[in-house]
Ligand binder design. Structure first.
Ligand code: UD1
Length: 418
């Protein structure tokens, strides 16, 4: 099994290029079922994307990945389509459940494996099914599968989500895309990745309008051919490397991004004393010695993302005083805490809140990665720790971070995979 070795305390400088967003690409790939031929640019070549590609091929789409160009070309010739997402392809990558909305609206039926729980929580799909039922789908659960049918097609409806879910909003948008008539979705998730999905669907001929958390979708009757879409940058990857820069950077620059998308994170880092210059499409982080404590709660966009909680916690170990971070989205997302403590962090968990007393001097240790973002927090801890850190089970990292070692090595980090 592969491991990462990091010799910490090395000051980093240079430029880090940010890949396309994994979480925007996944629903857009699910949406290609609705098209005939599309070209997607700026695709991150990470494991989750390849799993989704496998799923689309299984369903019957033709997929051509141009690795050197980060481009995927997809054709749906509408021949030999299987309206099935098997367990083996959904169990490792929950976003597989997103093909449900597309298959159901286009082919009037779908059988999708229930994704089940994962390291960070139980992760139910009740909100996805709630929206699809409102659109007229008949749904039953049998042998671990969601079996959905809409014999006469889906019908537009008024749907108010009882709570905010990224995946459920995406599945509902996909299902409403070619439902008959108008759908109004309320209390939607408004993550930039959802906005990117809507941009893609509107290119495809959709009529989707957004106003805050209210989305209006007019059923599309004619899909446009041969469209091309460039996926937005990965704001979570950017946030991760911004925190790395705050921890050990001398001068690190990020270009070709849109700083407005992560304005909240920029403000939080500035409040923590990080020396940061932000422009419209670039950010520069300078050596930041005096990190201040802060209290944060994870919440849906535009608030602080749960996907950056573990990484920010590493920065909090460097802060003077006691910081708190409350995890309000997932019930089991503090798996990195015992590992950070083994590296010398002073962290206590009380209910949903981690209390971090700083500053702590971290020292290298052999640690175990448990999920995608927890893994990368251990990389950040390894970069700032004294001596050597060995990270096990790094396949989690490969699910979501493109060229991680290469990007860090370019900035002079001492990191290698064995
Ligand atoms: C997406 C992201 C993930 C991120 C999360 C929250 C992708 C591929 N993944 O995951 O990286 O951490 O948003 O920003 O984009 N819930 C229910 N019932 C449902 C659906 C969700 O109770 O049917 C709950 C979840 O358990 C969780 C909360 O709602 O507590 C938010 O989850 P959701 O926004 O759906 O996350 P995902 O779409 O799975």
């Amino acid at each position: 099994m592969q491991k990462l070795l990091i010799n910490g305390k090395k000051e980093l400088s240079g430029k880090i290029s940010i890949s396309g967003s994994k979480n925007a690409t996944l629903p857009i790939l699910a949406a290609t079922i609705l098209s005939d031929q599309v070209k997607l640019k700026n695709i991150p070549l990470v494991k989750d994307i390849f799993t989704m590609v496998e799923l689309l091929k299984f369903i019957g789409l033709k997929v051509n990945v141009l690795k050197k160009k980060n481009i995927i070309i997809i054709q749906n010739l509408d021949k030999n389509i299987k309206t099935l997402a098997p367990y083996r392809l959904v169990k490792t990558m929950r976003a597989g459940v997103l093909v449900l909305g597309s298959l159901l609206t286009k082919y009037k039926k779908a059988k999708i494996s229930l994704p089940g729980g994962c390291a960070i929580g139980t992760r139910p799909v009740n909100l996805h099914l709630f929206a699809l039922k409102k659109l007229g789908a008949k749904i039953k659960i049998k042998n671990g599968y969601i079996i959905a049918e809409a014999k006469n097609g889906l019908k537009g409806a008024n749907i108010t989500f009882p709570s905010i879910s990224v995946g459920a909003t995406e599945n509902a948008i996909l299902a409403a895309f070619s439902a008959n008539g108008k759908t109004v979705l309320r209390n939607c998730a408004i993550e930039p990745e959802i906005k990117d999905l809507i941009k893609f669907l509107n290119l495809l001929g959709g009529k989707i309008k957004t106003q805050g958390r209210k989305f209006e979708i007019y059923g599309c009757t004619k899909v446009k051919k041969n469209i091309s879409h460039e996926v937005i940058f990965d704001r979570i990857e950017l946030g991760t490397y911004m925190i790395a820069a705050a921890l050990v950077g001398k001068k690190i620059t990020f270009n070709k991004i849109n700083s407005r998308v992560i304005q909240n994170e920029i403000n939080i880092l500035k409040k923590m004393g990080v020396k940061l210059k932000s422009h419209k499409s670039s950010i520069e982080i300078l050596k930041s010695d005096n990190i201040k404590k802060i209290n944060i709660s994870t919440k849906p966009y535009p608030n602080f993302p749960t996907d950056l909680q573990a990484q920010l916690m590493v920065l909090m170990t460097r802060a003077h005083g006691t910081s708190k971070i409350k995890e309000s989205i997932f019930e089991n997302r503090f798996m990195h805490v015992p590992e950070l403590k083994r590296m010398g962090a002073n962290i206590e968990i009380k209910n949903k809140t981690a209390i971090i007393k700083g500053p702590s001097k971290l020292s290298g240790a052999e640690v175990m990665a448990t999920d995608l973002r927890a893994s990368v927090s251990l990389v950040l801890a390894g970069l700032v720790a004294e001596n050597r850190t060995i990270i096990n089970r790094i396949y989690h990292l490969d699910r979501g971070y493109e060229f991680l070692e290469k990007k860090l090595k370019n900035c002079k980090a001492r990191i290698k995979r064995i």
